[in-house]
Write a protein that binds this ligand. Structure first.
Ligand code: UD1
Length: 429
């Protein structure tokens, strides 16, 4: 299995192009199941997770075609992919495919809406808490589906099709909101979703569905109203920039010091995280090209942060912020409110010399003068990248094992950092 080796020291300077958002690309690709016409998605990031989802979609009968590279493209820019679900040949999403990535469970919404049946394996994904599927099942039941769990599979039917309904999510869930919105687009009558997730990726999916002929209003607020239509048609849509990748590189620059333009980044997608960086003493400047991040050797101030659904501080940047705060001048408190088991990076950061104590859902990070390189291992995607950020300033060599986690969510990570002066390389095992 590949490893990433980082040699600490030096600042980051230059330009990092921001890729299309993984967490938007996945539901957008899944929405291709809703129509027999081609859905053309631009700026699709090339990641292990998007490749796994392509395998799942093709198993259902979706054809796909990657547009040829244009002259001058370096191959790293997001791809344009045509997805065509002319005929759904199989409404089962098998365990072997779904267990690799939790979001693949989301095919249940479109399959049920279009085919009135689906058999989808219960999901796998990052080991960050129990991550149940009750909200998916409850909201689809509200839309008239009949659901059973049999031998690890959710078996869903909706004879005569889904029917619009009112449903209030008892807890904010990004995935369950995506699924309910897709399903309701083809239901008979009106659906009103309350306490819906407000993440930018929800807005991006709604925009794409609207371009496909769906009637949706309120996406981006906590009440989404969907008037079902008989059929959807093809569309062309560009995936929005990845706010988690943006925040991750912003924290990397905050860690090392330097001056980097995050090209194509949109500040409104991660204002809460940018505000925290400013509080910590980092210079953040929105420009016409993206976001410029600078720190010039001054010390980092500690911060007090709780993760929260959008527009709050994203749980997907919690590990990276923790890595950064290991070098702050004082004690920070970081509280995780979304996932119950998302502190596995703590013991690995400790291997690099970080001093972090856990108090229930909170981590108290005692800033230390320096970190020291060591072999480390991560058990989830965002935790892995937090170790890379720490490695950028740790004295000596940090080896991050289990790199497949990074490949699930970060496009060309080593190349992007290396182009800004980082000493980082992938070593094939
Ligand atoms: C999405 C993101 C993930 C991010 C998370 C929270 C994608 C592909 N993944 O994951 O990167 O960390 O949002 O911003 O977009 N829950 C239930 N029952 C359910 C569903 C969820 O209790 O049926 C709980 C979860 O365990 C968690 C909370 O709700 O505690 C939020 O999870 P959710 O928003 O659903 O996360 P995902 O959509 O899986």
């Amino acid at each position: 299995m590949d490893k990433i080796v980082v040699t600490g020291g030096g600042t980051l300077n230059g330009v990092i192009p921001i890729s299309g958002a993984k967490n938007a690309a996945l539901p957008l690709m899944i929405s291709s199941l809703l129509t027999a016409d081609p859905l053309v998605l631009e700026n699709v990031p090339h990641l292990a997770d998007t490749e796994s989802l392509i395998r799942i979609l093709t198993n259902h009968g979706v054809g796909y075609q990657v547009e040829g590279k244009r002259k001058g493209q370096n191959g790293g820019e997001g791809r344009t992919i045509h997805f065509t679900a002319g005929e759904i040949v199989d409404t089962t999403a098998p365990y072997e495919l779904v267990s690799k990535m939790r979001a693949s469970f989301w095919v249940i919404g479109p399959l049920l809406a279009r085919m009135h049946e689906a058999r989808v394996s219960l999901p796998g994904g990052c080991a960050i808490g129990t991550r149940p599927v009750d909200l998916f099942l409850e909201s689809l039941t509200a839309l008239g589906a009949k659901l059973d769990v049999e031998a690890g599979y959710v078996v869903a039917t909706a004879p005569g099709g889904l029917k619009g309904a009112g449903y209030r999510f008892p807890k904010v869930s990004v995935g369950a909101t995506h699924v309910a919105m897709m399903a309701a687009s083809l239901a008979r009558g009106q659906t009103v979703l309350e306490n819906a997730a407000r993440e930018p990726e929800i807005v991006d999916l709604a925009r794409c569905l609207i371009a496909m002929g769906a009637r949706i209003s309120g996406a981006g607020t906590s009440t989404i109203v969907i008037d079902g239509v008989e059929a959807l048609h093809g569309a062309r849509h560009r995936v929005l920039p990845d706010r988690i990748e943006t925040g991750t590189y912003a924290m990397a620059v905050a860690m090392t010091g330097g001056d980097v333009l995050l090209e194509g980044a949109q500040p409104d997608l991660l204002q809460a995280a940018l505000d925290i960086l400013v509080e910590a003493g980092v210079e953040i400047e929105p420009t016409n090209e993206g976001i410029r991040v600078r720190r010039n050797g001054s010390g980092l101030r500690p911060v007090n942060v709780s993760t929260a659904p959008f527009p709050g501080f994203p749980t997907d940047l919690q590990a990276q912020l923790m890595a950064l705060m290991t070098r702050a001048e004082g004690d920070s408190r970081i509280t995780e409110t979304i996932f119950e088991n998302r502190f596995m990076h703590v013991q690995e950061l400790a291997r690099l010399g970080a001093r972090i104590s856990l108090e229930g859902q909170s981590a108290i990070v005692h800033g230390v003068g320096h970190l020291t390189g060591a072999p480390v291992m991560a058990t989830d995607l965002r935790a892995s990248v937090s170790l890379v950020i720490a490695g950028l300033v740790a004295q000596g060599e940090t080896t991050v094992n289990r790199v497949y986690h990074l490949d699930r969510g970060f496009e060309r990570l080593e190349e992007k950092l290396r182009n800004c002066g980082a000493r980082i390389q992938r070593v094939a095992a």
